[in-house]
Write a protein that binds this ligand. Structure first.
Ligand code: SF4
Length: 58
């Protein structure tokens, strides 16, 4: 991919987030809709599927 694109992101709980710079460290990400979503609302239709939490899963 060309170096001209950056992914701005402020999700501090993601291991790929460079919080001080408001940037994602990945070159590419996958954006997907939430399961069974058809609301048309951005918070349902545009989730970052590349997200990985710092926290350990219970
Ligand atoms: S993987 Fe997604 S949620 Fe995580 S820093 Fe990158 S854009 Fe943000």
């Amino acid at each position: 991919m060309a170096d001209c694109q950056r992914i701005l992101c402020s999700v501090g709980s993601c291991i790929y987030n460079a919080g001080d710079d408001n940037l994602c460290k990945l070159d590419t990400i996958q954006v997907s809709a939430a399961a069974k979503s058809d609301s048309g609302a951005p918070y349902d239709e545009t989730l970052c599927a590349s997200y990985k939490t710092h926290a350990k899963k219970k």
